[in-house]
Ligand binder design. Structure first.
Ligand code: SF4
Ligand code: SF4
Length: 232
């Protein structure tokens, strides 16, 4: 077996077709990642990786044997998923909010962030979901990009009662995992709940510019309840 970590291989162990996808996608993402090694900005390198992942995700969607219900304007998933992100992904979100988001939408996001739960263990809905849709769509984390449900009604039902999670397309989740493996995020990054980390950044007017510049941040931004991290 080539180009697949033990973790990703274990995820695919009952499905040879998924493993084949994991191998192929991992090899392509690794080629992109390695070719961008001289990028002076880790965030720019990661953004290139996300662009390659988007291509892989579109290919897997095109090969799906069922019609996927996901479409613009459908956003139950943004209200029930617990979105985690790395610090590099947080840099991309801050840049998008500061440089590419219309003022009115940005104001709504910051208000939602600042009123999100300060308890340490956050809950959806994602504060970046606005009346106009996702305020940072082009820069959204890989967790959002890889999630495709097989049933819109299942998503709607899950949002209402949280009993039965919707089935989702595993091939695109494989791309999501392959991105995190390729960027070595599991080894080198902590994962943070989106509202919690972004609220800490936007609680201090000086911090968004620091994050956008990828300069080291106040450690207190990252000193959080371990339950907020993936697997914590
Ligand atoms: S995952 Fe569910 S809620 Fe999200 S876009 Fe697809 S069908 Fe809609
Ligand atoms: S970042 Fe955007 S796509 Fe992801 S959960 Fe939030 S609103 Fe939805």
């Amino acid at each position: 077996m080539a180009n697949v970590s033990k973790q990703l291989a274990a995820f695919c162990r009952h499905d040879p077709a998924l493993l084949a996808i994991a191998e192929k996608v991992s090899a392509r993402l690794a080629a992109t990642w390695n070719s961008r090694a001289n990028r002076d900005s880790p965030a720019a390198r990661y953004a290139d990786l996300l662009a390659a992942a988007d291509t892989a995700i579109e290919e897997q969607k095109a090969r799906a044997t069922v019609a996927l219900p996901c479409r613009a304007g459908c956003n139950h998933c943004c209200q029930f998923q617990r979105i985690t992100l790395t610090t590099t992904e947080a840099v991309l979100l801050v840049r998008h909010l500061e440089e590419r988001t219309p003022v009115e939408q940005k104001t709504a996001v910051i208000a939602a962030l600042l009123s999100s739960s300060p308890t340490g263990v956050e809950n959806p809905p994602c504060a970046f979901l606005t009346e106009q849709g996702c305020a940072v769509y082009a820069s959204r984390p890989i967790t959002c990009r890889g999630y495709y449900s097989l049933s819109e009604s299942a998503c709607r039902a899950f949002l209402a009662d949280k009993r039965t999670p919707p089935q989702n397309l595993m091939a695109t989740r494989i791309v999501e995992l392959a991105v995190l493996e390729t960027a070595k995020a599991f080894r080198h990054s902590q994962f943070f709940e989106i509202n919690g980390l972004m609220r800490r950044i936007y609680s201090d007017p000086a911090k968004p510019a620091q994050w956008a510049a990828e300069s080291p941040t106040d450690e207190s931004d990252l000193a959080i309840d371990t339950k907020e991290m993936l697997g914590g």
